[in-house]
Design a protein around this ligand. Structure first.
Ligand code: SF4
Length: 149
C-alpha cells in the first residue's frame, strides 16, 4: 500500500492539464517490468500490477478532435481524490456503465489515455519490442535463404 500526500495540485503540460500528487513520484514514473514485457499473456494480477493508481484517467476529458484531448480537473464522482482510489472499483462497471475496463486492445485503439499512463508506456514498449523481434526474425530467414541459394 502506497502512502500518499493528500495535497493535489494541477500542473500545466502545454494544452493538457494533468492533476498531479505532490511528492509522490512513484505514481508518475512507470519503469517497465522487463519480465512482463517478455510474456505473451499476462494474468489479471500482472495486468493490474502495471497500473500506478495515479487516477489521471479518472478525470473528465474533452475530445476537441484532431487528437487534442483536454484533461479537466473534474474527477469522476466515484474517485476518492485524497487517496486516488476508486470508491466502487470492484463494482464499477455495474454501477457506472460509462466506466471502461481497460485492456491492451482497447488502450491501443483509443487516444485519450494520459501519455504517461503506465499502460500506455508498457504497450508502447511491448509493441516496439515485438516489431524489433519481427524484423530480426525476417533478417534471420533471409540470411538462411541466402546461404541455401
Ligand atoms: S490506468 Fe494509467 S492513468 Fe489510469 S490510474 Fe492506472 S496508470 Fe494511472
Amino acid at each position: 500500500m502506497l502512502r500518499l500526500n493528500n495535497s493535489v495540485v494541477s500542473k500545466d503540460a502545454g494544452s493538457i492539464k494533468f492533476p498531479v500528487i505532490r511528492g509522490d513520484k512513484t505514481r508518475s514514473s512507470y519503469k517497465v517490468d522487463k519480465s512482463l514485457l517478455e510474456k505473451n499473456q499476462l494474468t489479471d494480477e500482472e495486468w493490474e500490477s502495471i497500473c500506478l493508481k495515479c487516477a489521471k484517467c479518472c478525470y473528465e476529458k474533452i475530445d476537441l478532435g484532431g487528437g487534442h484531448i483536454v484533461y479537466t480537473e473534474e474527477p469522476c464522482v466515484y474517485l476518492d481524490t485524497a487517496t486516488r482510489m476508486c470508491k466502487i472499483y470492484d463494482k464499477r462497471q455495474e454501477i457506472e456503465p460509462d466506466c471502461i475496463k481497460l485492456n491492451a486492445d482497447f488502450i491501443r485503439q483509443i487516444n485519450w489515455m494520459p501519455p504517461d499512463c503506465a499502460y500506455v508506456k508498457y504497450l508502447s514498449q511491448k509493441d516496439t519490442l515485438q516489431a524489433v523481434r519481427a524484423i530480426e526474425k525476417s533478417k534471420r530467414r533471409k540470411r538462411v535463404k541466402l546461404r541455401r541459394d
